[in-house]
Ligand binder design. Structure first.
Ligand code: 8X3
Length: 253
């Protein structure tokens, strides 16, 4: 077992859902938390409720220069990040390619792929230099399959899966570990964001079965991070019991 006590864990998109749950679970395991997201007020509330030391900062990972600047200006005691949880990600729309809104594609690609890369590029060199570190990418079942209306979202999550594999290769000669945790249906703000605030439509996604929650995913992340140093959990695909694939879900009326 690899103790997480006093480790520095940076969680992107920590203001809600899986990111918030990761912050709580890593904190319960004794880690110190670096929390970033676009909504600073929510991060500050979260930070105030955690028992271990936290540092929160506002960050839109879509913005390359903002990412570089934010990481370069972390207070000295927070610079040696041990674990990066690349959680920030979103879906916008559920439309056919021929009907989709271009700005939805840009937001998904800029956040899920480019944002993940910007922050990884800013953090990984320090891990390599210090000879320790762990990247945990939050992927999705959408990185394994494609479903109707999900083409671009699924493409971004396929990209995350490819990036996890690429990082594994690029970091194989270093002690830095790389994990992908790929959830199926998790009840968070995910669908509300996808359906642009349409709560009724969002609710139906999670009705008729028991979906995963943020804690389920966070526990997998903490478990992967706490394996002994010679163990690298490369990939975890995690589904609700009622889900067999992106489109096969045992929903009770
Ligand atoms: C979220 C899961 O199935 O809605 O990544 O794409 S799904």
């Amino acid at each position: 077992m690899n103790s997480l006590r006093d480790k520095i864990v940076l969680v992107t998109g920590a203001s809600a859902g899986i990111g918030e749950a990761c912050a709580r679970k890593f904190s319960e395991a004794g880690a110190r938390l670096l929390l970033c997201a676009r909504r600073l007020d929510r991060l500050e509330k979260l930070a105030a409720s955690l028992k271990t030391e936290c540092y929160s900062f506002k960050l839109d990972i879509q913005k390359e220069s903002e990412v570089q600047q934010a990481i370069a200006s972390l207070p000295e005691k927070w610079q040696a990040v041990d674990i990066l949880v690349n959680n920030a990600g979103l879906s916008q729309g559920l439309d056919k390619v021929q009907e989709a809104v271009l700005s939805d594609w840009n937001t998904m690609i800029d956040t899920n792929i480019k944002g993940l890369l910007y922050i990884s590029r800013a953090i990984i060199p320090g891990m390599v230099e210090r000879g320790r570190g762990h990247i945990i990418n939050i992927g999705s079942i959408a990185g394994h399959e494609v479903y109707p209306g999900g083409s671009v979202y699924c493409a971004t999550k396929h990209a995350v899966r490819a990036l996890t594999k690429g990082m594994l290769i690029d970091l194989v000669e270093t002690p830095v570990r790389v994990t992908s945790v790929d959830p199926g249906l998790v009840e968070t703000e995910f669908s509300e964001v996808r359906f642009k605030g349409d709560r009724e439509r969002s609710k139906t996604v999670y009705q008729g079965y028991k979906p995963l929650d943020g804690d389920d995913i966070a526990e997998a992340c903490v478990w992967a991070a706490s394996r002994p140093e010679h163990v690298n959990i490369a990939e975890i695909l995690m589904l609700p019991k009622a889900q067999a694939s992106c489109t096969i879900i045992n929903k009770k009326p």
